[in-house]
Design a binder for this molecule. Sequence first.
Ligand SMILES: Nc1ncnc2c1ncn2[C@@H]1O[C@H](COP(=O)(O)OP(=O)(O)OP(=O)(O)O)[C@@H](O)[C@H]1O
Ligand SMILES: [Mg+2]
Length: 344
Amino acid sequence: MIELKNIGKTYENKGQNIEALKEMSFKFKKGEITGIIGYSGAGKSTLLRCINLLEIPSSGEVIIDGINLNTLDAKKLRETRKKIGMIFQHFNLMKSRSVSKNIAYPLKGSGFSKKDIDERVDELLDLVGLKDKKNSYPSQLSGGQKQRVAIARALANRPNLILCDEATSALDPETTESILKLLKKINNDLGVTIILITHQMEVIKEICDSVIVMEDGCVKEEGEVVEIFSRPKTPITKRFLSSIFNNDKSQSYLENIDLKKNQKIVQLSYVGNNTEEAYISRISRDYEVDASILFGNIQIIKETPIGNMVVKLGGAESSILGSIDYLNDNKIYTEVLKDGRKTV
Ligand SMILES: Nc1ncnc2c1ncn2[C@@H]1O[C@H](COP(=O)(O)OP(=O)(O)OP(=O)(O)O)[C@@H](O)[C@H]1O
Ligand SMILES: [Mg+2]
């Protein structure tokens, strides 16, 4: 378990204080992939660098598997850091060294024989699918291949934890997908805990178990991915999700719809099996509400369907309210987006 207790970081710049992290606490679950999302300057990289004390926090504690890293001497901290791999957006490979020398680098001075190191490097090359590039140099590799080398290097010391700072931000969508698959495989097969930073909800959707949404050095929202995708609470999370659910376009579409006094536009969100039930025909039949579907979409996140549907309901006020209650009772979350009674 990785626990951050009241971690704060203030930078001093030309006499000015910049509060990059405002005393935050968080527990990362072991064996999970946690995504950190936020706009530029939110404090994501600062937070990640505080986890392995690459950045010394101004306040608070980092506790990994019960060990408070702040209390370790330099030697012990070095040993602990060896069990934490790091991957960066721009790969940070050594240009003058071959692929195998880059991967072997963290094993230097660890007391391993040359034979052990060679064997480990071959194993890692195999794992990341780059056996044939062993003797190539970074300049001869594509972005995706460079990131695979960086991943192999991060795994050299058999870490329990890998920190990824925008590992896929410099890659095209297909290469991003293949790197995400590799990270998922490492998480699954080796049980490595992964904390990754991204700007894209797509990345979170693809491989994360939990997500932290950051803004202004604070955690604005956190939880399991299915929960956050189906019930986002804060405006910033909704904004990040809007790209996935196409909300921006639907917003302007809705603005242009004229409603009669007895009509409402309601968004229905549901998780899992609810997507299979015939709720819409039920409310028409049992509550005498006219229901027409304006649009909807279903995302499959961690094998769980998450549905979002926008419907126009028409009928007596009490019928509409009754049908909304019925939907809520059946775990369909409803939000009235537009109300004919309130539209001028
Ligand atoms: N070494 C530093 N000295 C001074 N200020 C810094 C330093 N590093 C970061 N900051 C400031 O701290 C804040 C958080 O920066 P950080 O790099 O953690 O953001 P981020 O969320 O990773 O952004 P991005 O998405 O652009 O990478 C920013 O206002 C930044 O300018
Ligand atoms: Mg950053």
